[in-house]
Design a protein around this ligand. Sequence first.
Ligand code: NAP
Length: 321
Amino acid sequence: MTKPALNRRAFNALSAAFSLTFAATAVPRRVQATGLAAATDATVQSQEHTVKFQDGKIVPAIGQGSWHLGEGRHPAAVEEEALRTGISLGMTLIDTSGNYGAGHSEELIGRAIGGKRNKIFLVTKVEANEATGEEMARACDASLARLKIDSIDLYLLHWPVPVLQFAGVVAGFEELRAKGKIRAWGVSNFNTRQMEELFRVPEGHRCATNQVPYSLNNRGIERDLLPWCKEHSMPAMGYSPLGGDNRLVIGDATLKRIGEAHGCSAAAVALAFVTRSGNLIAIPESGSPAHVKENAVALSLSLTPEDLQALDAAFPGPNTR
Ligand SMILES: NC(=O)c1ccc[n+]([C@@H]2O[C@H](COP(=O)([O-])OP(=O)(O)OC[C@H]3O[C@@H](n4cnc5c(N)ncnc54)[C@H](OP(=O)(O)O)[C@@H]3O)[C@@H](O)[C@H]2O)c1
């Protein structure tokens, strides 16, 4: 048997460590910090940016979204290949929902992760109108069946319900957790006030994350939600991190210029920006293997203070002076 060549991830990391110029070369934080001598195979394996949940679980800082997968934008086989490419490059957190493509997204993911379940951190969602008692259990079983798995790693409430229903939703999640159908639960699209209310109900503090929109051109959560998450040692999850279908940021000249300096795409720079705190997981979606490869570079890309300053000026946030 021939020895497999270095995969792209390992090659990129080594290229960066030895200051080679290569189309997808990134600057791994660990290599910068530890210097050339430490750029052994072991560091190549461990230098990617990760995020730690409160229960100690560590996941990659860049995952994969799937809102439009399974809807025919790309051929299904290409979308499955895109997901598998992402997994092989380290983007092993996959985000979906029972209602994406009326269940087709979960089915496609179920096929793509076949045989790789142990490598994957699977996030899916229950809708607000299904979030009570038996309805939630039924929705969870349906997702498990479509994904062909026994347990969901993280089950999210897709959109907020009225505050008075928070206790019931948490009780439903905790029941699923006790039965082993989910390992953790969280919420999505909650504002800071709703997070405060959630933490007031019994077991509400067990919420693992809040999945909210976050991109260079949508930085509103920097005002209070991100500081709140940090204060409560809770990682946030950023959706539409490239700006979403209709407001993609990747054509921006500053992003392109910084990407050229690092030898990577504008998309990778945009993803590195949103994950810069170390307390946010970005979930870009792509049904294109080539795009997925570009996005995966952000797993080991560290922007310089000058890069961050230039991006802050090009895309002012709520705290930009
Ligand atoms: N919780 C919620 O309420 C909520 C709401 C929205 C989204 N989400 C989650 O977040 C995920 C991502 O959000 P999103 O899909 O709205 O926005 P996004 O990830 O910011 O953008 C997706 C778009 O970017 C393109 N793209 C991806 N990588 C690219 C690259 N390297 N170069 C050029 N184009 C690229 C994709 O097209 P190609 O397929 O052609 O690459 C697609 O059109 C969703 O899939 C979903 O899982 C959650």
